[in-house]
Design a protein around this ligand. Structure first.
Ligand code: IMP
Length: 194
């Protein structure tokens, strides 16, 4: 039986592999595999908005079913910043070290260190649109801990753990992470999709 083809609007091989392993009933392809090398605009003011922009760009241009994700770190004492601007908090480039440093400076010794990672996924399938959300709550550490992961991982400690995301291996992180939870919802939906 032919598998339903779904574009995952990413070129991040780690994300792609993670999702392919969970969705074996579908043919999940990356942007490169459909020869899409466009710089897809991410100019919305919300995570959901950017996920919709990316998914719609692909569906409109290639007439393909597609899903896209966008993630941000929302820090309570900073009015939920950096949020949708997480990748470029300290400037245009996606410079994790500078972003993380800026966050620690902005937060200073504020005693409210509550934060959450939030992922929005938008799915366009057979002319309908669905959105899924995953949240991981935690606290911002005063200094970096751990070497693994990426982005803000060394300063984020998920609730219920006494180590940062950067001290967890990939499987442990995925089982509790924002992205893991959002993907799980997408997978449940797709595996029941007829
Ligand atoms: P993206 O939407 O997955 O590209 O994420 C946007 C930005 O959020 C990244 O450039 C990182 O700075 C940050 N980010 C997303 N997910 C994570 C995570 O799991 N750990 C740490 N930082 C993350």
């Amino acid at each position: 039986m032919n598998k339903l083809k779904l574009v995952f609007a990413t070129n991040n091989q780690n994300k792609l592999k993670e999702v392919q392993a969970m969705l074996t009933n579908f043919e999940i392809v990356s942007l490169a595999e459909i020869n899409c090398f466009d710089d897809i605009p991410e100019i919305a003011k919300t995570l959901e908005g950017n996920a919709i922009l990316k998914a719609n760009f692909i569906t409109n241009k290639y007439d393909l079913n597609c899903f896209a994700d966008d993630t941000g770190l929302e820090v309570e004492a900073l009015n939920n910043e950096p949020g949708v601007y997480s990748a470029r908090y300290a400037g245009k480039e996606n410079n994790a070290e500078e972003n993380l440093k800026k966050l620690l400076i902005e937060l200073g010794d504020n005693s409210n260190r509550k934060a959450q990672f939030r992922t929005a996924i938008t799915l366009n399938i057979n002319k309908k649109q669905y959105t899924f959300e995953g949240i991981c709550k935690g606290t911002i550490l005063k200094e970096k801990q751990g070497e693994k992961g990426f982005g803000y991982d060394p300063i984020f400690m998920p609730d219920g753990f006494n180590k940062s995301f950067a001290e967890m291996n990939v499987n442990e992180k995925s089982s509790i992470s924002h992205r893991g939870k959002a993907i799980e919802k997408l997978v449940t939906f797709l595996n029941n999709y007829t």
